[in-house]
Structure formats: C-alpha cells, structure tokens
Design a protein around this ligand. Structure first.
Ligand code: MN
Length: 272
C-alpha cells in the first residue's frame, strides 16, 4: 500500500514567515543603487544649498602603527542615491514626521509597480497622469492602502552616469515624473504610504517650471506620505504582490536618508 501524505486539515494555519523563507518561497530583491563617489547628485539652482555628494574618508586602513582596523567617515547629503524623503523634507510637510519619527510599520508595506518604461523611452519628459493610474487599477485592482506605488521608467539603466541620469540641456533636466494633478490626486485621494521612483527625485526633471512647482514633493510630503528615489530592479517585481522594506537611517531631525530598499517577492513555489 502506498503511503499517502496527510492532507492539510481544513483551516490549518498558514506557513510561518520563517517557513516561507526556509523553503525558498520568498525572493529578496535589492532595489538599492550602490553608493559611491560616482553616485549622481541633483544639481540645484544657485539660490538653493548644494547637495554634497557621497564621499568616504579613510580613517584607518590597517596600516598605521598599531592600527588593526578598516574605518571610514561617511560624508553625504541626506538626499543622495537611493534615499527616503520624510514629510519634513518639504515646507508643506514641515510639521510632519522627521526620518526618525516614521513608524516602522509604515516602512514594511505592500508595493505595486506601474510600468511606463516604454512611454519614457519615447518621451523623457513623460508625466504620469491620473488616467494612467486609473487604467492600471482597471487591470490590477486598487492601489494598496498603506502601501507603495512604484513608478517604473527604465531610468535605472542610466544610473551609472550622472550625464545620462540627469539628461539635462539648457532647459534643465529631462526626466519622467508626475503631473501636478496626479500628484495632488495620489496625495489626497489615495491611501498609499508613498511613491517610489527610479529617477534622482520624486518630481520630474522639469518640475521646477510646473504650477505648482515640485508637485510630488508638495502634495505627497504635505499629506504625510513618503518618497523613495533612485530605485533599481523594478523590472524584477510583479505588478502586485511584493512587500517593500524601506530602511532609512534613524536620524533625529533628519529630512531624509540614504536607504536600503528591499522587495520581498513570493516565488512561484509559494503558489505550488
Ligand atoms: Mn530627496
């Protein structure tokens, strides 16, 4: 007689988190750009304070007498590389959370991916509009309450080069972003926790000309939502079903921080 595996009892508890990871049923995808002195930095108009680029300062390299360690000091602006924007980053959110005050429950949350890479290839100034998000929702369901909307533009392929990444000419940078109407709608009419992009900031390259200027910063941070920038590998994520882990440094009074951003993605084995 062939022994039969026991059938799962009706109502048996779901696998624990540890079991899911142990069985290889969760992939961990790194959405973070490597930080180095080559990391692109957004040049700001002369009337604004310049963002210092990332720099490592060597403190010890096993070499001085009696020196047995490797150590650096890190120098960087808060808004460099893959980084997190706290509400307090913008004037409209000045009474909101600093980066240390963001509840961790908000930093581990579902994420959905809206892929506009093809449109952005044709038009680097492509703007996400409400109708694009609505048509995405018609196919994939509602945006996740308390979760992230990740905007795929294909810009991660340019992140090795400041010139390609900023794509600037005399009129300023040409990079995709969000229209003022869509930024206001995402902020006020949806329950998302934040908006993630592959570009150097959550606003379009030409957003300094918009009315109002920098609408993603103004509306999203002004309603207590968050931003994450310079993501990569969004092409590896499903449109829905991933969980994002966003880990900025817990800097008291900080307006943002370089962040490690990871996506937890159920593998096909999880559905077997
Ligand atoms: Mn920023």
């Amino acid at each position: 007689m062939i022994p039969m595996p026991p059938l799962p009892a009706a109502g048996s508890p779901p696998a624990s988190l540890a079991q899911l990871f142990g069985r290889g049923q969760v992939d961990v995808v790194d959405l973070t750009a490597t930080l180095s002195e080559a990391t692109p930095v957004l040049p700001l108009p002369p009337e604004m304070a310049a963002i210092p680029p990332f720099r490592l300062e060597r403190l010890a390299h096993y070499d001085d007498p009696a020196e047995i360690s490797l150590q650096h000091a890190i120098h960087t602006g808060e808004h460099v590389g893959t980084h997190f924007d706290a509400p307090r980053h913008w004037w409209s959110g000045r009474d909101g959370e600093d980066v240390a005050g963001v509840p961790v429950r908000r930093l581990v949350a579902p994420a959905v991916v809206l892929d506009a890479a093809e449109a952005c290839r044709r038009d680097p100034d492509f703007l996400l509009e409400v109708e694009h998000v609505r048509s995405w929702q018609d196919r994939h369901g509602p945006l996740p309450d308390g979760g992230w909307l990740l905007f795929r533009t294909g810009w991660d392929a340019r992140s090795h080069s400041q010139e390609l990444f900023l794509n600037a000419d005399r009129e300023g940078p040409h990079t995709p972003g969000v229209s003022p109407e869509c930024a206001r709608w995402l902020a006020e009419e949806t329950g998302i926790a934040g908006f993630g992009v592959e570009t150097v900031g959550t606003d379009a390259g030409q957003a300094f000309r918009f009315d109002p200027p920098f609408p993603a910063h103004r509306y999203l941070l002004g309603t207590g939502k968050y931003g994450v920038t310079q993501l990569q590998n969004l092409a590896l994520l499903p449109a829905t079903g991933a969980v994002l882990v966003v880990a900025p440094l817990k800097i008291a009074g900080g307006s943002g921080s370089p962040a490690r951003v990871l996506a937890l993605v159920p593998t096909s084995a999880a559905f077997g």
